[in-house]
Design a protein around this ligand. Structure first.
Ligand SMILES: [Cu+2]
Length: 68
């Protein structure tokens, strides 16, 4: 299992966090998503077939791109 904490500057409130959590949870292989509105971060855990690339791509698609 892999885990990362991503900085997502576009997060502005709890609604953003809910959107991110529900969209990322649908990515095949993602096992856990926990966002935090105050720190504008998202903690993601995943296993195959998900990858950091697919997670970043999904965030980009929903207009919450993660910082490098
Ligand atoms: Cu919001």
């Amino acid at each position: 299992m892999s885990q990362i904490i991503l900085n997502v500057p576009n997060i502005s409130c709890g609604h953003c966090v809910s959107s991110i959590e529900s969209e990322l949870s649908e990515v095949d292989g993602v096992t856990s998503v926990k966002g935090d509105a105050e720190s504008k971060t998202v903690m993601v855990q995943w296993e195959a077939p998900a990858s950091i690339e697919s997670i970043r791509a999904t965030l980009q698609e929903i207009n919450y791109p993660a910082e490098p």
